[in-house]
Ligand binder design. Structure first.
Ligand SMILES: [Fe+2]
Ligand SMILES: [Fe+2]
Length: 274
């Protein structure tokens, strides 16, 4: 992660308001909040990996890149919707939204390996998410931003995966059951407040009589986000997760699991639009 792109590398003058999709705009506003809130994750990871200088040295740069993702998406959302305030929404999210356990010195995943595996999961998800946005968006500036971010997310995945491999070489590898628990725990967190409140703060909070309804906001966000995916995007993220889990991304397990995942994904998506 040496030379990195900046907001000045984005061709803002090419912005075309006629190509903005309202559902995608709502998704981008939400994602901007979650990305911009990376400082708390940096604090949490520095606590959990205290004493691991090799890892702590790269966490700050990682956090800066995530914050920059938020800034780029936020600036695009302000162009697309001049009434949207990135700063005001972020303040609301930071004051009233999801809070990480910043006092913890042990990973909420049970171990450092579990934490690194969870980070690989997140970076796999964001890689496929921004790749899906790049392919779904018609607005050219958003396409450029999504492509830059997707490329960063792959690098973030490689970063956490490298450190996960280091821990597995120098420590006893966590069991299959512990790895499954990390994956299931992370998937269940998709229902938590982080995205739902960010969706509310950016899309609904300024409307008259707005009251936060977590289930409604979580569903609205998920419906919009899942609608962006093609099969190739889902499989890309799933292969990365399987590799972090310890399976070959082109092996028999992957070949067996991927069609099942696509089937389950489509069912979920159909249920959300029903
Ligand atoms: Fe990001
Ligand atoms: Fe990332």
């Amino acid at each position: 992660m040496s030379k990195h792109w900046t907001l000045d590398d984005i061709a803002w003058d090419s912005f075309d308001p006629s190509k903005v999709d309202p559902d995608l705009l709502a998704t981008i506003k939400t994602a901007a909040m979650v990305e911009a809130n990376a400082s708390d994750y940096v604090t949490y990871l520095l606590n959990v990996f205290d004493g691991d200088d090799a890892f702590c040295a790269v966490v700050h740069q990682w956090g800066e890149e995530e914050k920059q993702h938020g800034a780029a998406l936020g600036r695009w959302a302000q162009l697309a919707d001049p009434e949207f305030s990135f700063d005001a929404s972020l303040r609301r999210v930071q004051e009233d939204g999801f809070q990480l356990p910043l006092d913890k010195t042990e990973s909420v995943r049970g171990s450092r390996q579990g934490e690194l595996l969870a980070r690989c999961l997140v970076e796999s998800s964001t890689t496929s998410f921004y790749s899906a946005i790049k392919d779904a968006a018609e607005e050219p500036v958003l396409r450029q931003i999504a492509e830059l971010i997707a490329s960063d997310e792959v690098n973030h995945y490689r970063l956490f995966h490298r450190h996960l491999m280091r821990y597995q070489e120098t420590h006893k590898k966590i069991s299959l059951l512990e790895r499954v628990k990390v994956v299931v725990g992370r998937i269940n967190e998709s229902d938590d407040d982080e995205f739902a409140f960010a969706y509310f703060a950016t899309n609904l909070a300024n409307k008259d009589g707005a009251v936060y309804d977590r289930a409604f906001c979580a569903k609205a966000y998920e419906r919009n986000a899942l609608g962006l995916y093609q099969r190739s995007h889902l499989e890309m993220g799933a292969r990365m997760i399987l590799r972090a889990f310890g399976f070959k991304s082109q092996g028999l397990v992957s070949k067996t699991i991927l069609p099942v995942l696509w089937f389950a994904f489509q069912r979920r998506r159909n249920k959300l639009v029903a």
